[in-house]
Design a protein around this ligand. Structure first.
Ligand SMILES: C[S@@+](CC[C@H](N)C(=O)[O-])C[C@H]1O[C@@H](n2cnc3c(N)ncnc32)[C@H](O)[C@@H]1O
Length: 324
């Protein structure tokens, strides 16, 4: 895939997120163009497909290191958050060997944590350090944004970077934005960096998330634009002005909070976990329920942004609210 230099980081991230970047091959740069090795045809506006040779990088993967130890893992999920690797395994008995293999083959990883699932209202992962330093705080970088997180105290997912960029690109100049469930403020930081909003309100009820969000706002010099508010979105929303965009990334519960967003915003970026066979039906249901609340709503872009279980997926839905 041939990409203009100035869009290289944005597109690299998208190709990695979509699983189409070819591994163990070296990216080529020629003048103002960057050549990414991809597994199949990809269509991205402003970029072209081409053919050519790519140098193979013969670096040992953690899979190779495990095979040398005689270990075969069927299913592993790995997230890199700053210099922390967060792994999920079906078979936890070989967690230490997997962690050692990751540390051995990836010099940037300082700590490996085993993820035992996200729990409670704060959506925090229950993690156990299985290799490396016993420190779960790190600085994660995406598109030139730096975010400090503690993977044991706050929710953060590097898998949402394309989604954050997609939403940021929808925000008009001078818009007012409310992120009802802001976490350490990743959506807000993308919007502050890539759009030109007037004001962003970032709400969260986890005090640790609020502390990191405030630090991240300062670290990225966005304190003139982003105001971080600690509290329950249900209580805080009533005190805020009308907004052009509202972000609701609390996929298990966002539905309960939808009436608060309908009262306040023109465009709602809504997330929900739903049955993959029943997405259209669920969209129609949400539009109908909104009408019952007294709001005429158009469903715009609806996208699956991740899988949740064999039958359920995480869906992003853009709702345009026209007040009756
Ligand atoms: C799934 S996380 C999303 C965080 C962030 N938007 C992101 O993409 O990384 C949901 C966040 O909502 C917060 N939360 C849950 N219930 C809340 C409520 N009633 N009011 C405000 N924040 C809430 C949690 O503490 C958590 O940080």
């Amino acid at each position: 895939m041939i990409v203009p230099k100035e869009r290289a980081e944005e597109i690299r991230q998208k190709l990695v997120d979509d699983g189409v970047m070819l591994e163990h091959t070296k990216v080529r740069r020629e003048g103002d163009l960057v050549y990414f090795p991809v597994k199949r045809q990809v269509h991205i506006e402003g970029c072209a497909m081409g053919s050519g040779e790519f140098e193979i990088i013969r670096r040992k993967s953690y899979d190779d290191a495990l095979r040398e130890r005689g270990i075969h893992i069927d299913s592993i999920s790995l997230d890199l958050i700053g210099d922390i690797a967060v792994i999920r395994l079906q078979e936890e008995s070989c967690a230490k060997e997997v962690a050692q293999a990751i540390m051995e083959t990836n010099p940037h990883v300082r700590t490996v944590c085993l993820d035992r699932g996200v729990e409670d209202d704060f959506r925090v992962r229950k993690v156990e350090v299985v290799a490396g330093e016993r420190n779960t705080e790190t600085i994660h970088r995406e598109h030139g944004i730096r975010m400090k997180v503690d993977v044991a105290r706050v929710y953060f997912s590097p898998r949402l970077s394309s989604e954050r960029m997609r939403v940021a690109k929808k925000i008009e100049h001078n818009a007012t934005v409310i992120d009802m469930f802001a976490g350490v403020a990743p959506f807000c930081l993308y919007i502050a960096k890539f759009s030109h909003p007037k004001k962003i309100y970032a709400i969260d009820k986890n005090p640790h998330a609020v502390r990191y969000a405030r630090e991240n706002v300062l670290m990225n010099k966005k304190e003139d634009i982003i105001e971080v508010i600690e509290g329950d979105a249900r209580d805080v929303m009533g005190r805020l002005p009308q907004a052009d965009h509202i972000i609701m990334n609390l996929p298990h519960q966002s539905h309960e909070y939808l009436p608060h967003a309908l009262q306040k915003g023109k465009h709602i970026h809504y997330y929900e976990i739903m049955e993959k066979e029943r997405i259209e039906e669920r969209v129609r249901q949400i539009v109908k329920e909104s009408a019952q609340e007294g709001y005429s709503v158009n469903a715009g872009e609806v996208r699956v942004i991740g899988s949740y279980s064999p039958s359920k997926v995480k869906v992003a839905m853009d709702l345009e609210v026209k007040h009756f």
